[in-house]
Ligand binder design. Structure first.
Ligand code: HEC
Length: 153
């Protein structure tokens, strides 16, 4: 924990992107995997699978907007995943995580189960997250409504 804080501070001060990927994986393990599971496989009918879906979402502006909003503000409501509908609640991380941390964890998530040989999604940037944070604060149900415009298989 101490080490992570020290590394985060060093990265922040020096603006080092070097360990961003490793930090994204660590943040995922600490903050997201309890629900979305290791590797983002999710839990049918309860927690949406991110593996294979997030890499596709992250390729469209609407998908990126949804991912950033879910991470910042949380998400709640009915969601259709793999032909099953779930009623989920995810907490927001706006007060717990910096823009850079959110960008790193979403970049990590966008690589989970990505098709081999396919074109990968662009990395998320702290700038993108900062813009969403500075915009209107969405309720978790408003974030869920954003999913209507995002088609993922
Ligand atoms: C307490 C459980 C929980 C935690 C912790 C959690 N999530 Fe979620 N997440 C959910 C649920 C449930 C949904 C679906 C919400 C809904 O039904 O509207 C969701 C939705 C999402 C979505 C949108 C998926 C879609 O198909 O539209 C993304 C992206 C996401 N989470 C990423 C993350 C990331 C990144 C983290 C860690 C920083 C995280 N989640 C932490 C439970 C969680």
């Amino acid at each position: 924990m101490r080490r992570r804080v020290a590394a985060a501070l060093a990265a922040g001060v020096l603006g080092l992107p070097a360990s961003a990927a490793a930090d994204g994986a660590k943040t995922y393990a600490a903050q997201c995997s309890v629900c979305h599971q290791v590797g983002g496989v999710g839990q049918a009918g309860v927690y949406p699978r991110l593996a294979g879906r997030a890499p596709e979402m992250a390729k469209t502006p609407a998908g990126r907007k949804l991912m950033i909003a879910a991470a910042l503000f949380g998400m709640a409501g009915k969601l259709e995943v793999d032909g099953q509908s779930l009623m989920g609640v995810m907490p927001g991380f706006a007060s717990k995580m910096t823009d850079a941390e959110i960008a790193e964890v979403l970049t990590y998530v966008a690589g989970l189960g990505a098709k081999a040989g396919g074109k990968s999604a662009a990395a998320f940037t702290a700038q993108e997250v900062a813009e969403a944070r500075a915009g209107p604060k969405l309720s978790p149900t408003a974030v869920n409504a954003l999913a209507r415009g995002v088609v993922v298989k």
